[in-house]
Design a protein around this ligand. Structure first.
Ligand code: ZN
Length: 336
């Protein structure tokens, strides 16, 4: 079965000197035709779908503020333009289209390359360059489309606070986030959700955690958590800002590292979720890293060897995370 993708570049969602810009996709876009995957068209998410995650008054406020033209709506800074409301609906709809194709068996797996990104957007507010929480909206939609349990695994360099908020009180919605500790948005410590042990798992990492740490976290944390929670589908918040030379963060992955972690996630989906997995673009502010990282994701999804070989391994030593991993497992009752 085939791998599919959607591409929602939102060309007019842009703001002067802002890192979350259409140009993030400029290196990737000309390469998309050479990926071993079929493009599907995105359609806008419906109001009903968005309201499964966001409050109606928040959605209305976004629609209204966009009509007024370009402006900053939070201190991240998050911006909108006149097209941002429609762009955000299409971004969420692109993830839903991928999810539906995978659930219905029209595709083996998928990659939703969309912007604006989504994982910081909380039920009652847009934040962190994100308008609507694309991945949470699609995950909730999957729960309405026959899935009993779904899980988001977020390897963006930042904590997926919006996704955490969206699944906080939903026993059918699991979440694991790896992120650099101490940076925006400041949430994502191990004990954020004492009522949801084993289902809502935060993995705060030291700066330059990278190619050694991520596979270790996948084996020691992702796998047992997935085994315990038993999701029927995985959604991956793929943020290529976890690359070591991203201009705004300091984790330590290389392109090979993105491939390794993506491959482990695809294998987890094959073992526990009948192969059902949808990757969703979040951050990543160097266009070359985004293109290489996306190629690595496509290679993992299509069970191919890594097709790109930039010499981009991290220049800094990957700090040891053995004690941190133990603390996380202990908190979740998975280690005594
Ligand atoms: Zn990020």
């Amino acid at each position: 079965m085939k791998t599919i993708f959607t591409f929602v570049p939102s060309r007019t969602h842009e703001f002067p000197d802002h890192p979350e810009r259409p140009g993030r996709l400029d290196v990737l876009e000309p390469l998309l035709h050479s990926m071993d995957a079929e493009k599907i068209e995105a359609t806008r998410a419906t109001h009903e779908q968005i309201t499964r995650v966001h409050q109606p008054q928040m959605i209305k406020a976004i629609e209204e503020v966009c009509k007024q033209g370009p402006g900053i709506i939070d201190h991240a800074p998050t911006y909108v333009t006149q097209t941002s409301y429609e762009d955000a609906l299409l971004a969420a709809g692109g993830v839903i289209a991928c999810m539906r194709a995978v659930i219905h068996g029209d595709a083996k797996n998928a990659f939703a390359i969309v912007r604006p990104p989504g994982h910081h957007a909380e039920p009652d507010r847009a934040m962190g360059f994100c308008i609507f929480n694309n991945i949470a909206i699609a995950a909730r939609e999957a729960l309405e489309n026959g899935m009993e349990r779904v899980m988001v695994i977020d390897y963006d360099a930042h904590h997926g606070n919006g996704t955490q908020a969206a699944c906080m009180d939903n026993d059918r919605f699991g979440f694991i986030s790896t992120h650099q500790w101490g940076i925006y948005p400041g949430t994502g410590w191990i004990n954020d959700a004492p009522h949801a042990k084993g289902r809502l798992v935060n993995v705060p990492l030291h700066a330059y955690a990278g190619d050694e740490t991520f596979p270790r976290v996948a084996d020691k944390i992702f796998k047992p958590v997935v085994e315990l929670f038993r999701p029927q589908m995985l959604f991956i918040s793929a943020g290529f800002d976890a690359h070591w030379n991203d201009p705004i963060t300091s984790l330590g992955l290389s392109t090979q590292g993105f491939f390794n972690i993506s491959k482990k996630l695809v294998e987890l989906a094959e073992e526990y979720c009948d192969g059902k997995i949808v990757f969703v673009l979040e951050g990543g502010y160097d266009p070359h890293n985004v293109a290489n990282g996306a190629a690595a994701v496509f290679d993992a999804l299509t069970n191919s060897p890594l097709s790109v070989a930039p010499k981009d391994s991290c220049l800094y030593t990957d700090p040891d995370h053995g004690a941190r991993i133990d603390d996380i497992l202990k908190w979740h009752g998975m280690k005594s």
